[in-house]
Design a protein around this ligand. Sequence first.
Ligand SMILES: Nc1ncnc2c1ncn2[C@@H]1O[C@H](COP(=O)(O)OP(=O)(O)OP(=O)(O)O)[C@@H](O)[C@H]1O
Length: 258
Amino acid sequence: MTQTPKIELAGVKKRFGSKVVLDGVDLTVLKGESLVVIGGSGTGKSVLLKCILGLLRPESGMIRIDGKDVLRQSHKERKAQMAKFGMLFQGAALFDSLPVWENVSFGLMKARGMKRNEAKEIAIEKLQRVGLAADVANLHPDELSGGMKKRVGLARAIATEPDIIFFDEPTTGLDPIMADVINDLIVECVRDLGVTTVTITHDMASARKIADQVAMLYQGKIIWQGAKEQVDNSNNAYVDQFIHGRADGPIKMAVRSA
Ligand SMILES: Nc1ncnc2c1ncn2[C@@H]1O[C@H](COP(=O)(O)OP(=O)(O)OP(=O)(O)O)[C@@H](O)[C@H]1O
């Protein structure tokens, strides 16, 4: 029996005015798999993520999560679906006015109505899970380094025990060593929780560490998808140019002719 994909997109199109951003995206992520979407700046990676998250509505196409068509769900069904998602935003996107523990347990208190005492206990446990001491819980985000903020963002993403986590540029702004620490933490959390993840990044070192599958978005389409081990032998000139960061190649040609 074939497995129902955790996330499945077919023919997803999204435009803003006359600008076509997604032009028929087909993508499949299996349960427990870690997919990394690579692609240049402005190619629509964030738009793609927002469409899957339900923050943007595509004009056409199909998005299924656990086999359910999310574009045709009622508001209530959609809300239940959203509860399955965790998200680590670019820049961690913490609320500066709230202490770290409230940032971590925000979803538990707001969406699930958990009492503050219990929520704080869980926040401390999740902070420890990502390598932060309990006393960090009472600090405010402006007292944290960039790496600590990412850890707090990761603790928040796993706090509600989601079964799908989205990572938006998880290593942006970090030095290479801290980036690797965050990559390791992501890999550990994913393995321990058995979650399905979708990550968007330009950072190939991060992609190589986190991914089971890599997909490349270019000109509104997924032009290549394969196992991480195949990325160096993709036989795809666009993928090859991107992963080696070469100025010359078909991607530059396309930019020149745009
Ligand atoms: N709400 C919006 N309204 C109008 N245009 C938008 C909107 N959101 C995104 N875009 C446009 O869609 C295109 C793709 O943007 P997106 O943020 O998805 O790129 P990206 O691949 O994530 O880029 P980067 O890697 O630089 O973050 C851009 O040209 C952007 O200006």
